[in-house]
Ligand binder design. Sequence first.
Ligand code: IMP
Length: 184
Amino acid sequence: MSHATIHKEFPVLFSEEQIAARTAEIGRQIDQDYAGHAVVLVGVLKGAAIFLADLARCITVECTFDFVAVSSYGKGQRTSGAVKMIKDLDQPIEGKHIIIVEDILDTGLTLCFLRSLFEQHKPASLRIAALLDKPSRRLEKIDADYVGFHIPNHFVIGYGMDYAERFRNVPDIRLMPPDYPELH
Ligand code: IMP
């Protein structure tokens, strides 16, 4: 198996069809919850870019995008613990209905940091949409308002999620084998 296609050996956790169906359900829920309002989807780069792109197309209420980038895992599977803003919001969020769109809620450090930062800017409302939730890994008390799937404590790649910046373009979500040789 070549370097470029090694992920095909990783077990599929969620297929493209499963992800699309669940994303459409979340879109419908957002449409109901925000009927008559405009929302700002704030994607957390880079992992949430693909989920945001698909979720946005399942939403019919008025919707704009913004993106932030925070420091995250670096090269490995472990977080450093410290969260730092690398790219801030482009537009003011005061008085707006904000939905933070994240690929995966893991320890909760990233979303806790962003939530308290954004709350200082007095949005009309602030919710979180996370495609995946690993509740067993939580270090901060935080929940997402919209969750695609709850998953056990496994490292996953694909559909925007990376290992050392690779595999973001894999169209489904796959389990990273713990014995993958390049992990060490
Ligand atoms: P948290 O701050 O620990 O909640 O981490 C959130 C971020 O860690 C996510 O946005 C991902 O970028 C990254 N992350 C956590 N778990 C995984 C995983 O299984 N695969 C890829 N990235 C992950």
